[in-house]
Design a protein around this ligand. Structure first.
Ligand code: FES
Length: 164
């Protein structure tokens, strides 16, 4: 599970009017045992969910049993962000943003698998399963001053192992 911040505590009165109106209709519908179908397609509700739920609260990512062997990984989305949950060659679990540090391209092309490395399909930057940048084509010539140490996949800083 990861937590991307504290739960939003703003009162409901700060919601955009369209969201507030839909929430009122939901309340009304629930009292009659119904939920308005518009909540599934309303872009304002979607944006509110991204901010208030997926951007702030603990969200289940993966179970340890899904990445039992070293090198196992699964790709998951939280809101619109993609993450890779990996078990590195030493058995440590990492939650990495699935975005190349070069130009942000998604590096994982399958939902799950086993690999010691991830190679970006765009320009070939290669990362180990712990997110460290291993290398890139023409690294010394094309990217002379850059260090590999500061260009690994971004790690999700707040996560908690889930074994239950
Ligand atoms: S975008 Fe990944 S190597 Fe360029």
């Amino acid at each position: 599970m990861i937590n991307r911040g504290q739960p939003e505590t703003k009162p409901a009165s700060t919601l955009k009017p369209t969201v507030r109106e839909v929430m009122d209709r939901i309340d009304d519908g629930l009292s009659r045992g119904r939920v308005p179908a518009e909540i599934f397609g309303n872009p304002d509700i979607y944006q509110a969910e991204l901010r208030r739920i997926f951007g702030r609260a603990w969200v289940f990512m993966a179970h340890e049993s899904e990445i039992e062997a070293n090198g196992d990984y699964v790709v998951r989305k939280i809101g619109e962000d993609s993450f890779v949950v990996t078990r590195d060659e030493h058995g440590q679990i990492h939650v990495l943003f699935d975005a190349c540090r070069h130009r942000g391209v998604q590096i994982c092309r399958s939902d799950s698998g086993n690999s010691s490395h991830f190679r970006c399909p765009y320009h070939g930057w290669t990362y180990s399963s712990d997110g460290s940048l291993v290398g890139a084509p023409l690294w010394k010539n094309a990217l002379g001053g850059m260090t590999k140490e500061n260009n690994g996949l971004a790690k999700q800083p707040r996560w908690s192992p889930s074994t239950a």
